[in-house]
Design a binder for this molecule. Structure first.
Ligand SMILES: C[S@@+](CC[C@H](N)C(=O)[O-])C[C@H]1O[C@@H](n2cnc3c(N)ncnc32)[C@H](O)[C@@H]1O
Length: 338
């Protein structure tokens, strides 16, 4: 697809028309991905020329019939120039429920350590699908044998591998009292176009990811979530200050930290630093990260927990490095003795 776009760009065709005058560096801003996203969005919307080429639409990608695909792609851009321009204004945005296969261990540990229900608050939640982590079924391979967790009849099964020391037993029943999330661009899955856009960012040949997304969407259709359009920095401060009693408020994020600028990161860190001074055993606070940070250039799972009894520093637990899509987690020293 990108070859087709490049050839047409060099030939000064519709792709050149669409991208001419892009303010900023088109490569830094993922313009090629935005183009591929629009074509997949159109295919999912039933574009008759594109449809037969996408596995996600029941078709087959036939590289040897590039001419046919080229005509379909360029025809789509030409007929829908205005829609394409509108679509290009969006940055690629996914919501990967595979990450729940790693987050689960953090949620379970926070529930085990506090013995309290979890009040979930996710920054950069996208469509908020991981706020429903307890509604998924998990099949985890570990070096010490398989683990399962969650409702066996769930529409979605998450598979992951956890390597290294034996993980602590997963809490069998994790109670969730709140599911709130913020995003600069929250995805409203009740809006057909927004939903199709989210589907479009999972490329047509990624059948496993697509199946996960569709299953998670059916679960989300049945569970109300509180998603707001807000910058994480200010929203986090409000969540921390308004913690309900008798539950542990778990602020968490997956693959969001690299998107924040220095001032946003500092604002979030300072909200936690201020709150940690006044945490009580009745309103404990946790910060769970499955993310990159400035200390480590790879994804990792870690959490910080303030119980009201462990001082303003709280306790920081580095669980281990993980695959950014959640397929694998390497358990570190935190569980070596357990
Ligand atoms: C790579 S996606 C990850 C989405 C989700 N956490 C997941 O794991 O599937 C990053 C998300 O962060 C959001 N985001 C980026 N900057 C943000 C900010 N300052 N405040 C809130 N959300 C932000 C983006 O809109 C996007 O939905």
């Amino acid at each position: 697809m990108l070859e087709i776009c490049l050839d047409d760009f060099l030939a000064d065709g519709i792709v050149a028309t669409l991208t001419r005058g892009w303010a900023g560096n088109p490569l830094d801003e993922n313009v090629p991905l935005r183009m591929a996203g629009f074509i997949h969005f159109s295919a999912l919307g039933g574009d008759a020329g594109l449809h037969p080429h996408f596995a996600s639409c029941g078709g087959t990608f036939r590289p040897y019939e590039k001419g046919e695909l080229t005509r379909a792609v360029l025809d789509c851009f030409t007929r829908h120039e205005g829609d394409a321009r509108k679509f290009f204004r969006r940055t690629p945005q996914t919501n990967e429920t595979g990450r729940a296969g790693v987050l689960l261990l953090g949620f379970s540990e926070i529930a085990r350590r506090t013995g309290l229900p979890l009040n979930l608050a996710e920054m950069g939640a996208s469509a908020g699908l991981n706020l429903l982590f307890d509604k998924f079924h998990y099949q985890i391979e570990t070096d010490h044998g398989p683990l399962t967790w969650g409702p066996a009849d769930s529409a979605l099964t998450i598979s992951a591998q956890w390597h290294g020391p034996s993980p602590p037993p997963l809490q069998s029943d994790i109670k969730i009292t709140g599911r709130a999330g913020c995003d600069l661009f929250p995805v409203d899955i009740g809006d057909a176009e927004a939903r199709r856009t989210l589907e479009a960012w999972v490329w047509g040949d990624m059948s496993e990811r697509r199946a996960r997304l569709l299953a998670a969407l059916t679960i989300a259709d049945q569970t109300p979530l509180q998603l707001v359009r807000a910058d994480a920095a200010g929203w986090v401060a409000a969540q921390i200050m308004n913690r309900p009693r008798g539950q542990v408020t778990v602020l968490y994020h997956s693959l969001v930290w690299p998107y924040l600028d220095v001032s946003q990161r500092m604002a979030i860190e300072s909200s936690f630093a201020q709150a940690s001074e006044i945490v009580t055993p009745d309103t404990p606070l946790a910060w769970l990260k499955m993310d990159h940070d400035h200390m480590r250039p790879f994804s990792h799972l870690s959490y910080q927990l303030w119980t009201g009894e462990n001082g303003p520093e709280g306790e920081q637990v580095f669980i281990g490095p993980c695959d950014p899509h959640g397929a694998e987690l390497e358990l570190g020293d935190a569980f070596a003795a357990s």
